[in-house]
Each structure stands twice: as C-alpha cells, then as structure tokens.
Design a binder for this molecule. Sequence first.
Ligand SMILES: Cc1cc2nc3c(=O)[nH]c(=O)nc-3n(C[C@H](O)[C@H](O)[C@H](O)COP(=O)(O)OP(=O)(O)OC[C@H]3O[C@@H](n4cnc5c(N)ncnc54)[C@H](O)[C@@H]3O)c2cc1C
Length: 332
Amino acid sequence: MNDIWILVQHRDLSIEEVTFGLIAEARRMAADLDQAGDVTAVAIGKGLEEALPTLGAYGADRVICLRDYALAHYHGEIFASELARLLKQFTPSYLLMAQSAETDDLAPRLAALLETALVTRAVDLKPGDGGKPVAIRAISNGYLFEEVFIEHPAPAIISFIPSVLTPDDPHNQAQVEVRFESMSVKPDGLRTKLVDIIEAGTETMDLEEADIIISGGRGVGQGRSFDIIRQLAAAIGGSIGGTRPVIDRQILPFESQIGQTGKTVTPRLMFNCGISGANEYTAGMEKARLVITINKDPSARIFRFSDLGVIGDVHEILPPLIEQVKESKDSD
Ligand SMILES: Cc1cc2nc3c(=O)[nH]c(=O)nc-3n(C[C@H](O)[C@H](O)[C@H](O)COP(=O)(O)OP(=O)(O)OC[C@H]3O[C@@H](n4cnc5c(N)ncnc54)[C@H](O)[C@@H]3O)c2cc1C
C-alpha cells in the first residue's frame, strides 16, 4: 500500500495552517495513486497533546507524535534521525512537508539518511506514468516551472511552497487517536549542540515570523528611493519585505520576497507601498491581519486586500507619517 505521511508543522503549541493544507494535498494525492493507503500526520515536539487529535477532522487517518523534552526546539541531527527511524519502521511511500527554515534543513538531511528522492519548492503534484506522481516546481524565481518524475526507493520526500497549500474545511468533529513514540537518539552521539536561541531583530527576522511588515514594490523606486521603506520599518519596528521586481532589481535579498514563489506572511500589521497587488503577490499576504496600502492608482488591485487605502505617492505620504511616529515615540 502507498501510505502518505505529512509533517505536522507547529509554532507556540499551535498547529500551523500549512499542516491542514498538507493533509488536503495528501488526500488529493491518495485519490490519484494506485493502491493508496492511509494519510498519517507525524508530529515532533512536546505540548501538542490537545491539538493533535483535531487533525482527524481535516482528513488524517492517524497521528504519530514523537515527544520528548529534547524535541522542544528544532535540532537538525535529532529530528532527522528520529524521523528517519520512524519512516524505516512504518515504510510510507511519501512524506510531504511545507517549506520553512526548519524543513529546508530537515528535508535534505532526511533524504541523505534514507538515500531517497527529495523534491523541494513543489507547487503541485500530478499523476505520472505507472501511477507515480510528478511534482511541478518553480525555478528561476517563478519565471519557469519544471516537472520532476519521482522515482523512488520509498519514502520520497516532497516539500511544498506554503502559499500553494489550501486546507479543506474540517468535515466533521472526528478526532483521531494519537500514537506517542519516544525518542531513541542518545545526546552523546551528536555532532552539534544547541547552545542558545537568539531573538532576531525586526529587520533580520524571518518574514514568516514577523508581526509587522513594511513591504515595498516597484512603485517605491530604486536606489536611495527605497530608503523610505527602511525608515518606516525602523520607526515602527517592522520587518522589510518586497515584491518580485524589488528582488529582481536586487534591492532586497530573495528571502524578503513575499508571494507565491516567496514567503507566505501573516503579520498583525502590514504596509503595502507602491505595490499593484498581482495574484502572485497577494497569495503570500492575504492572511495579514490589518493591511494599510499606499498607491497612486485608485484602481490598483491591492486595495481589495486592504483595510485602509491611501491614494497617493509613497514619497509624499510616508515622510510625514514617519515623523509623526518618531514624535509620538519621543513623547512617550
Ligand atoms: C509564476 C510567477 C510567480 C510570481 N511570483 C511572485 C511572487 O512570489 N511575488 C511577487 O511579488 N510577484 C510575483 N510574480 C510577479 C507578479 O506577477 C507581479 O509582476 C509583481 O508582483 C508586481 O510587483 P509590483 O506590484 O511591485 O510592481 P507593479 O505591478 O509594477 O506595480 C507597481 C505599483 O506601484 C504603484 N506606484 C508607482 N509609483 C508609485 C508611487 N510613487 N507611489 C505609490 N504608488 C506608486 C503603481 O500604481 C503600481 O500599482 C510572479 C509572477 C509569475 C508569472
């Protein structure tokens, strides 16, 4: 049987939405596979006891959880060897995960340990010859796509861009039983040790974790013009993101790209400056809570995704706003 596993992704004891999207993807994949088996969600960590049974409502047939105090924080060697052990024991055909800072580290480690196939940055799966799946992945920053036929010694590992993962509505209140496993890796045998966790400054913070994001698009301009975005970010304590043209022009690094082929962000507050709101951009920011947009063009699509829209030139609107923010901080 072709069992499919998905990796449960979680933060602060809550299951992240990409996990539900992975279950939906696994169910679609199972419908296309010959001899499809179960969809199993596998979690690594602690403190997830209450959340995990709810995965049944999203379509998981069973849940396995590796729990231990040593698994409270991600550690590449431990997570990879523990997960590899479970995969060898239960022999699923596929393991699906969503791209993140952790899975970018975990997936290649696992593939090397298991000597199996790995496809990263997948945007879709379709059935191929002999019932084996073909993964579609974006290359050249989304300008091209390639199809990858997955030959495998099982389990093949597929890591998806988060913005393409759409959860199905929970179909019932069904809770699944969670099977708990304990850890077997001995800390003495490790080659690396986690010594400290350093909080990132807002400017360098991973955008997926950021609470406040100032995002700039082509309309902001190049060179010193983009400093206005940096000044607003510094004044209100936000992280900086941008659209693909901004990354293509090397104003910001690729890690700062928001959208279908970049990061999916969920900040409490987001500013969109000089951004038109193409589908591929809004796919990565539509779950932002409070969205403020500044654009010269009143018909720009981005206004549809905004709670507050200001029609005007960013270089006229932002300087007085930055001054006001600074003044109100000084008077506090
Ligand atoms: C397969 C594929 C994947 C893609 N992936 C992504 C992705 O992940 N992320 C992404 O962002 N894009 C992606 N794109 C590109 C996307 O289609 C758009 O081209 C891009 O998002 C447009 O960026 P923009 O809004 O900065 O630029 P534009 O569309 O050029 O918009 C600029 C906006 O700025 C406004 N403006 C101009 N001057 C000012 C001013 N002084 N003040 C205020 N407003 C001003 C204009 O009115 C306009 O609305 C992808 C495209 C493809 C085909």
